[in-house]
Design a protein around this ligand. Structure first.
Ligand code: SDX
Length: 429
């Protein structure tokens, strides 16, 4: 640790306290305030944790001002261009790009964990046909502790790694099953002869009545989207996974909590909300009206897919996805007027002082739905797609924390309620 510090002086008592500065390998200097209450009797107040570092991590680095995203030091642009989702998964889990042998072993391992316990498929049948896939995903993943209870000792590194691989391998199987349940189709079992993204598309869209060939363009587009969604340091759902993990809860409970957090429209649910918003806007003629609504403090309408807590520049993932939209639609021979609408919406917003002053740019969710739609994936499944990619980040961050156990997460508060008062019997109230 450097000897850089920040000295606080309490105007009440005149006491001073030197707060040490922690510097990571990259990023802004961070004050270590862990001794603040003990030494000066103060807590800190930071609703939404906008300026609070909850942990140290080696996994993902974001520079919000510069629009930089790196997984284990590798720039997202290079991984998007050259890697595959499973290779990125290995890198996030273990820290470095795998050798050929390491990757072959990892891919084989994931492939042979893709099936789920048959009773899980029976469990799935209990949901209503119109249940939202994220409701099914969070329920089924949480129930995995009831089916894979054989290896749940979170203090055993081997059992932790097995649970992580089971989650990465089975998430697509569960998500595809949720979609098939809504269609009234029979279960589709994973085909181990296919790659990760091909296998998912086959489980989604194959029907027993006829052969189903996976379109390689669709598979590559999906694999890229999984890469872009894989991790994003301490976002709301990952922080949820870490907080639940800090209690010693099992990994399935932790990831189920992460799925629940991701579902919110302010987080991963935004990709579904963007498509609904674009359909609501309907045509380029209505863009100005909706941009005006987004700026009106008295109107709850927000430009979904715009803005970010960390990026105060263009989300590098949005840049890649926007480019991919054009390529995928062209290669699939498709058109989508919603893409033109989205681009016009972006153009007008980025010329408007309200968005420029607040540094509101398109984020990862703004364009992703255009590609999911082109692949035939229904809007209700968009956030489940995000969850498939982010499972790798959740389990990587969970493993990192479990290997370096922290104290249980327990934020404090500023109490603003009633002072002490006596009980009043109901007949006297
Ligand atoms: C993801 O954290 C991550 O890393 C998340 C994620 C990941 O990979 O895990 O990147 C994935 O969740 C992306 C974000 C998806 N959500 C949306 O697209 C929903 C729409 N965006 C907003 O709700 C909002 O921008 C957030 C939630 C993303 C960020 O909220 P903040 O950081 O709390 O920002 P804020 O609410 O304090 O906004 C600052 C100002 C406010 O105006 P003023 O009070 O200063 O006048 O900007 C305004 C906000 O009203 N604003 C918007 C807006 N987003 C912020 N105004 C209109 N439309 C918007 N989308």
């Amino acid at each position: 640790m450097s000897d850089r510090k920040l000295t606080l002086t309490d105007s009440e008592s005149g006491k001073t306290l030197d707060l040490p500065v922690i510097s990571g390998s990259e990023g802004d200097p961070t004050l270590d305030i862990s001794g603040l209450h003990k030494e000066l009797g103060y807590f800190t107040f930071d609703p939404g944790y906008g300026t609070t570092a909850s942990c140290k991590s080696d996994i993902t680095f974001i520079d919000g001002e510069a629009g930089i995203l790196r997984y284990r030091g590798y720039p997202i642009e290079q991984l998007a261009e050259n890697s595959s989702f499973l290779e990125v998964a290995y890198t996030l889990l273990y820290g470095d790009l795998p050798t050929k042998g390491q990757f072959a072993g990892f891919e084989r391992n994931i492939t042979y964990h893709t099936m789920v316990h048959e009773k899980l498929n029976t469990f799935m049948q209990g949901f209503q046909y119109n249940a939202h896939p994220m409701a099914i995903l969070s329920g089924v993943v949480g129930s995995m502790a009831a089916f894979y209870h054989d290896k749940l000792d979170v203090n055993d590194p081997e059992q932790r790694e097995l649970a992580a691989k089971r989650l990465i391998a089975k998430m697509p199987t569960i998500a595809a099953a949720a979609y098939r349940h809504s269609m009234g189709w029979p279960s589709a079992y994973p085909k181990n002869s296919l790659g990760y993204s091909e296998r998912f598309l086959h489980m989604m869209f194959s029907v027993p009545a006829e052969p189903y060939e996976v379109n390689p363009v669709a598979a590559r587009a999906l694999d890229l989207l999984f890469i872009l969604h894989a991790d994003h340091e301490q976002n709301a759902s990952t922080s949820t996974v870490r907080l639940v993990g800090s209690t010693g809860a099992n990994p399935y409970a932790c990831v189920a909590a992460g799925i629940a957090a991701l579902w919110g429209p302010a987080h991963g649910g935004a990709n579904e909300a963007v498509l609904n918003m674009l359909n609501q806007i309907g045509s380029v003629d209505n863009v100005e009206k909706f941009v005006k609504k987004a700026k009106d403090k008295n109107d709850p309408f927000r430009l979904m897919g715009f803005g970010h807590r960390v990026y105060k520049n263009y989300d590098p993932r949005a840049t890649i996805i926007r480019k991919q939209c054009h390529e995928v639609l062209a290669e699939l021979g498709k058109q989508d007027e919603l893409l033109d609408l989205a681009m016009e919406l972006e153009r007008i917003a980025l010329e408007d002082d309200y968005f420029v002053e607040r540094k509101l740019y398109p984020n990862v969710d703004f364009y992703s739905g255009i590609i999911y739609k082109a692949l035939g994936i229904p809007t209700s499944m968009f956030t489940a797609m995000f969850a498939i990619g982010r499972t790798v980040g959740w389990v990587s961050q969970w493993l990192e924390q479990a290997a370096n156990p922290t104290r249980i997460g327990r934020p404090r508060q500023v109490y603003t309620g009633a002072g002490e008062r006596g009980y009043v019997p109901i007949e006297n109230r």
